[in-house]
Design a binder for this molecule. Structure first.
Ligand code: AVJ
Length: 330
């Protein structure tokens, strides 16, 4: 079946044809772009793990350092007997740091679209913290979902580490923070990690590592399109580009075509001019004040920050009743 017929298909959109549809939409747009969520197939996830260990890539190390240093202070804000709800947990490594210091947490609810996530991690977590109720939810956390009924009455603390929110456009980040507010409800707390804006050299190096792992991570997107959609991208004919866009306060990653070329994707042809790029990722960087202002506009009240000067973990509180989806006006 070719891609156009996939796009036309009337059956429910599954993950494979959603990928095909997003790839075609992005590569026929001007300027060309691809959604960063598709970086994370098996190969891409392994490459991302290697990125987090690179000397140049400071965010993961810094956030873990902050969580370790400030876990007791963070835990001291938690209401007794609360549920810790993690958005897009992947590995429970960061939650574990908090859970180790927060004996008062009654339940841990990791929410992730990938069903095979952390089964092993969770088994180990249950052994380490036998009092803890662990209740994973296999859900797309960007969509509304209900807290399991047996946990619904517990006070709620949200956890969204990893600067993942930096992948969203600022208005999308605002919507997402509002959405989390509706899921967690009034009086909830939210712990969110976001990378800080800083000097250009540090930022640019973090996305242009000497070993070229970030380049491999970026190019894997084209390799994945070849593997899964039968395209014929020549990976040697594209170069990794990453730079800081100061006006927009974001790192941009692109794949630049080394020359004029055409690529076939299942019967369709996409042309590239020499030097033309596919924009593959934005990673927004926020000052403490800029993120707090975004949080306020999403209905959250900034409560406390934990920072090492490189990365910031924000604690936010939902003081008012969150606005309903229909009358949010955003
Ligand atoms: C997982 C989105 C936080 O933006 O720093 C790392 C992804 N891209 N190197 C980031 C990423 C290139 C990362 N986030």
């Amino acid at each position: 079946m070719n891609i156009r017929s996939v796009i036309r298909a009337t059956r429910p959109i599954g993950t494979a044809n959603a990928f095909a549809a997003d790839v075609i939409a992005g590569l026929t747009a001007s300027p060309k772009n691809l959604p960063p969520k598709y970086f994370y197939d098996l190969t891409g996830s392994a490459l991302f793990e290697r990125i987090t260990e690179l000397p140049e890539y400071y965010p993961t190390r810094c956030e873990i350092g902050i969580l370790q240093a400030d876990a007791p202070a963070i835990a001291s804000m938690f209401p007794p007997g609360c549920a810790l709800i993690e958005f897009g947990s992947g590995s429970s490594r960061k939650a574990r740091i908090i859970l180790g210091a927060a004996a008062t947490v009654e339940a841990y609810v990791p929410v992730d679209i990938s069903g095979d996530f952390l089964q092993q991690d969770l088994a180990q977590l249950k052994r380490d913290l036998p009092h803890l109720v662990v209740h994973p939810l296999v859900k797309d956390f960007t969509q509304p979902f209900a807290i399991p009924p047996q946990l619904a009455d517990l006070p709620r603390v949200g956890f969204f580490p990893g600067s993942t929110i930096g992948n969203f456009e600022p208005d999308e980040a605002l919507h997402f923070l509002r959405h989390i507010g509706r899921i967690l409800g009034r009086d909830s707390l939210l712990i969110v990690g976001i990378d800080l804006v800083k000097d250009e050299q540090t930022l640019v190096r973090a996305y242009n590592d000497a070993d070229g792992i970030t380049a491999k991570f970026n190019l894997n997107l084209l390799a994945r399109i070849n593997r899964e959609l039968g395209a014929d991208f020549d990976l040697a004919a594209f170069r990794h580009r990453a730079f800081f866009n100061r006006e927009a306060s974001r790192i941009e990653m692109h794949l630049a075509s080394t020359g004029r070329q055409t690529v076939r994707i299942d019967g369709m042809t996409v042309g590239f001019a020499a030097g033309e790029t596919v924009h593959t990722e934005n990673s927004y960087k926020y000052s403490v004040g800029a993120f707090q202002s975004l949080a306020r506009r999403s209905g959250w009240t900034p409560f406390k920050t934990f920072t090492d000067g490189m990365f910031c973990v924000h604690a936010l509180r939902m003081v008012e009743e969150p606005t309903a989806y229909e009358d949010a006006g955003v």
